[in-house]
Design a protein around this ligand. Structure first.
Ligand SMILES: Nc1ncnc2c1ncn2[C@@H]1O[C@H](COP(=O)(O)OP(=O)(O)O)[C@@H](O)[C@H]1O
Ligand SMILES: [Mg+2]
Length: 302
């Protein structure tokens, strides 16, 4: 069982500034660095580090080769990633002295998937394999429909949440992997509604789907038919929560592919994302499976 991830690949341009730039103003950045980003990239890396067989599907453009290099180093199959003569997906991230950020994202080649490309990639999939997708690429409705027709399981992390979901065949989704805000939006509820109420509504609206609803420092809730489970966080000193949700998603699906129990999947994914939170940066902070196992043994002893 493998994961085919139709995932975004972004060049993150990170500018450290004293204060955010204001309209009409020009400011000097104090520092600048480039990092590999995109929810798709993070999730592929997490699933591969967790030991899953992962094929990443997506497009890169100018300057994007380092993104596939990083995926390959993590053990992800990048044979289906295409290079186009167009700008790569990228972000401009301002981080101010308080550590808050403001982000502009430009989809670039992430928004250039085609029907033919999707067919070519899905020819590599078998019934029972998992198609994973977020909302940073185009044609998500097509990817969901075609994957379902092939008998593949569809795991959807609707992030960032689309303004209009009516064109997306959500009834074909097998796994919703959502944070509390995305979950509330999916069912048209206020974000401050009780978590259980939001989850109940999701379970009623999508009775065939498994729902994994992550709650930041409040842990995670799980629903599948009559089964309800939860897992608290592993307490760590939070350094940088970027990629916490992506780590959870990749680790959880990797556990699904290994056919482990849901309890184990939630435990391993919670531990992996706690480790990610305890480290700076995004993709580089995602732990290897051996690190997660060691962390779980240590937390068991303490
Ligand atoms: N401060 C934290 N300490 C430990 N684990 C955390 C912390 N914040 C998040 N996590 C873990 O990461 C998971 C995903 O985080 P969450 O914030 O829900 O995702 P997203 O990044 O998509 O908003 C949580 O379910 C939890 O297991
Ligand atoms: Mg969150």
């Amino acid at each position: 069982m493998k994961i085919i991830n139709f995932g975004s690949l972004n060049i993150d341009n990170v500018y450290n500034v004293r204060e955010f730039v204001r309209p009409g103003q020009t400011i000097h950045a104090r520092d600048y660095h480039v990092a590999a980003g995109g929810k798709g990239l993070n999730q592929s890396i997490a699933a591969a580090r967790a030991g899953a067989q992962v094929l990443h599907a997506g497009m890169i453009g100018s300057g994007g080769t380092f993104l596939t290099d990083i995926l390959q180093e993590a053990g992800v199959d990048t044979s289906q990633v295409r290079t186009l003569d167009a700008p790569s997906g990228h972000t401009v991230i301002e981080v101010n002295a308080e550590g808050q950020n403001r982000i502009i994202v430009y989809g670039g080649t992430n928004q250039m998937l085609t029907d033919t490309y999707i067919d070519t990639v899905l020819a590599q999939g078998m019934p029972g394999d998992v198609t994973l997708l977020q909302n940073e690429t185009n044609l998500i409705a097509t990817i969901i429909t075609k994957s379902h027709e092939k008998g593949m399981l569809v795991a959807f992390n609707p992030s960032p949440m689309p303004e209009d979901l009516t064109a997306v065949p959500l009834d074909l989704v097998d796994y919703f992997i959502v944070n509390e805000l995305e979950a509330a939006q999916l069912v048209g509820m206020q974000p401050d509604a009780p978590y259980e109420t939001i989850l109940d509504r999701l379970a009623v609206e999508y009775p065939h789907a498994t729902v994994i609803m992550t709650l930041g420092h409040n842990g995670v809730l799980y629903s599948q038919k009559e089964t309800r489970l939860s897992h608290p966080i592993f307490k760590v000193t939070a350094v940088d929560t970027t990629a916490a949700g992506d780590t959870f998603c990749g680790y959880f699906l990797a556990a699904v592919c290994r056919n482990t129990s849901v309890e184990t999947a939630l435990r391993e994914a919670s531990a992996a994302s706690a480790i990610t939170v305890s480290r700076p940066s995004a993709a580089p902070s995602i732990p290897l499976y051996a690190e997660v196992q060691q962390f779980l043994m240590d937390s068991h002893c303490s």
